[in-house]
Design a protein. Structure first.
Length: 237
């Protein structure tokens, strides 16, 4: 288990909820049943348990959404899974068709310290092999450079709130830029565009968006941000 108080079964449910509703979307019991390969009745029972634990808000016959506490756990386990997939494929050269199942087995036992080391070794990846966003870490840094500068993991503290990258937003959303991920070159490129931690960002979701850019407003200035930046600019929502 990634946490002595949280079972692997609970982590799996929260991970699937995050995968289908990372921006607060309601995920149906049918979708959960399909993704988990579990009967709808059993899914309903677990959703009631998860609501009692404070991890989700469950609406009978409609579905569930993650609470802030549930989101924190879901992002953490999803991040570990996707980092492991990238490590298995890019570093260990495991066959692509095998990496998902192996990452599923490893994600529950990967320590936070080892996760941080993998992230640093792979130069802060933003996408897993399926090109899904790797969520931000939950360490209390404003950039990867700050993280790298802190050599003693025992001195690393956890962030008190959840983050979403611009690329993960699936509805009109606004919040404060609170973390920027990437190597020195990417961080410099983002800074050169006048983007920094502490600014207010507003995103008007457009499901018909064309191209590989995201139109956002940052401190009243409209910017068209390419995906490689949007994947790595995180806001507190």
């Amino acid at each position: 288990m990634a946490d002595g108080k949280i079972s692997e079964n609970i982590e799996e449910y929260l991970e699937v909820l995050y995968r289908n509703g990372s921006n607060g979307e309601q995920v149906s019991t049918t979708q959960l049943s399909k993704d988990l390969g579990i009967a709808p009745g059993s899914v309903t029972q677990m959703l009631k348990k998860l609501e009692d634990l404070g991890y989700i808000v469950y609406t009978p016959y409609k579905g569930a959404t993650l609470t802030d506490d549930g989101m924190q756990i879901a992002q953490k386990i999803t991040r570990k899974h996707r980092i492991l997939e990238k490590f298995l494929l890019d570093i260990l050269k495991v066959k692509e068709e095998n990496i998902h199942d192996q990452a599923c087995e490893m994600e529950h036992t990967l320590s936070d310290e080892a996760e941080r080391a993998l992230c640093t070794m792979m130069h802060h990846p933003d996408l897993c092999p399926d090109e899904n966003i790797i969520p931000a870490c939950n360490f209390d840094f404003e950039s990867c450079q700050q993280c790298y500068s802190q050599k003693d993991f025992d001195q690393v503290i956890n962030r008190k709130f959840n983050l979403l990258s611009i690329s993960e937003l699936t509805s009109s959303t606004e919040g404060t830029i609170s973390f920027i991920r990437g190597n020195e070159d990417l961080l410099g490129e983002i800074t050169d565009n006048g983007i920094k931690v502490g600014q207010h960002l507003k995103y008007e979701y457009n499901e018909n968006r064309i191209g590989n850019h995201y139109l956002v407003t940052i401190d009243d200035e409209e910017l068209n941000i390419p995906a490689e930046m949007a994947n790595n600019i995180f806001i507190k929502v």
